[in-house]
Design a binder for this molecule. Structure first.
Ligand code: NAD
Ligand code: WQD
Length: 347
């Protein structure tokens, strides 16, 4: 299958490109590089032996996207492209809504014009807001996120439901990711947030490598086993394989369906730090601070539907996630700005 991946140079997109290529698919990447580096494509080539076609532009440019569809003739689209920083979305909701919604409109219009009906969409557990207890199930009630970024995912899901209903030949997967972490085991691709990371795993690896002084633990008085927040961390390669499984499922039957991609297992902040201490062999300085506004105590997935309908389950452990994230960080202390063979300041 020829798969066009928007945002394919990003964290999840690049790993998905690797999985798709390894499963014998052809990959075409469209990415504006607003949150990624051009090097990624060469590194995908190094891992897989195949260099995916790459087009560097913003998917909101419908004319350009039209041209790429005409040239590449994709059988399916995976839409990762979008802005994803929760805090920025609260500070600048207009930019977030307009960017993310304009992007899906552009992708859908171009797909329609070219008769492409298969779409896998990057959604998020954030669409569940705080409306149901963990484990979250796909059918568990109203979708309502607690911030503009998350709400833009709710809106995009809604738009996709209506568009798919109006066109019975469409086949759409809404994939609700929990907390993707880790990296490809080669250490060649991984998560490379610019500035100070918002998410905990890249924050921990930057503390471990000595670029940041300590991990702030956002609250130790939650109603959880050790008082710190619990999340469903899922290895990015498991997530990548989930996309391949979803493509297979939507190719077999049309319609629109949502699936959770998580492990079904909660891990606390303290347990996650302990896993990184095992992986790095280093003590990770930490300090208890207050709760971060808007954080939930416990978030994990019910994975039953994905297991049954996608025949997919996450298999990699929290120790594997930490080891792979650390390999990526230590081989690339400055992310994609590091020389490809750099083994970093970790001796
Ligand atoms: P990322 O920022 O690493 O990847 C997104 C990629 O899209 C980047 O390479 C960026 O340059 C590109 N991009 C952004 N807007 C674009 C546009 N208009 N046109 C073309 N390219 C554009 O993020 P990620 O973590 O890989 O996330 C991928 C998708 O998954 C996003 O939609 C995100 O909202 C969603 N998601 C991520 C997480 C997470 O924790 N990482 C969780 C749930 C959902
Ligand atoms: C995880 C846990 C924090 C940082 C966010 C988005 C969500 C999704 C994934 C896209 C929580 C704690 C964190 C730190 C800490 N993205 N923490 N110290 O908040 O579950 O989800 O990313 O859709 O939309 O909201 O992930 O990695 O920020 O936090 O103690 O420095 O770690 O309180 O319990 P979160 P996270």
């Amino acid at each position: 299958m020829r798969v066009l991946i928007t945002g394919g140079a990003g964290f999840i997109g690049s790993h998905t490109a690797v999985s798709l290529i390894e499963q014998g698919n052809e990959v075409v990447i469209v990415d504006s590089l607003v949150n990624s580096a051009p090097d990624v494509v060469e590194r995908i080539h190094t891992i897989t032996g195949v260099r995916p076609a790459f087009y560097g532009f913003d998917v909101r440019d419908e004319d350009e996207l039209d041209r790429v569809f005409a040239e590449a003739v994709p059988d399916a689209v995976i839409h990762f492209a979008g802005l994803k920083a929760v805090g920025e979305s609260v500070a600048n909701p207009l930019e977030y809504y307009s960017h993310n919604i304009d992007a899906i409109f552009s992708v859908l219009r171009v797909m329609q014009r070219h008769g492409v009906g298969r779409l896998v969409f990057s959604s998020s557990a954030t669409v569940y807001g705080d409306n149901q207890p963990s484990p979250y199930t796909e059918s568990g009630g109203l979708l309502e996120a607690t911030n503009p970024y998350g709400q833009s995912k709710v809106m995009q899901e809604r738009i996709l439901v209506d568009v798919a209903r109006a066109d019975p030949s469409m086949s759409v997967a809404l994939l609700r990711y929990f907390n993707p972490i880790g990296a490809h085991p080669s250490g060649l691709i991984g998560e490379d947030p610019s500035g100070i990371p918002n998410n905990i795993a890249p924050f921990i690896t930057r503390v471990a490598i000595g670029q940041l002084p300590e991990v702030s633990i956002f609250g130790d008085d939650y109603d959880t086993a050790d008082g710190t927040g619990e999340r469903d961390y899922v290895h990015v390669m498991d997530l990548a394989e989930g996309h391949v499984a979803a493509l297979r499922a939507i190719t077999q039957s049309p319609g629109i369906r949502a699936w959770n991609l998580g492990t079904g297992t909660p891990t606390s902040v303290l347990q996650l730090i302990a896993a990184f201490e095992r992986a790095t062999g280093r003590q990770i300085p930490r300090r208890m601070t207050g709760r971060r506004p808007g954080d939930l105590a416990r978030v994990w997935a019910s994975t039953a539907l994905a297991e049954r309908e996608l025949d997919w389950r996450a298999t990699r452990s929290i120790d594997e996630m930490a080891a792979d994230a650390w390999r990526w960080q230590s081989k690339n202390p400055h992310g994609y700005a590091s020389p490809p063979s750099g083994d970093g300041a970790v001796h």
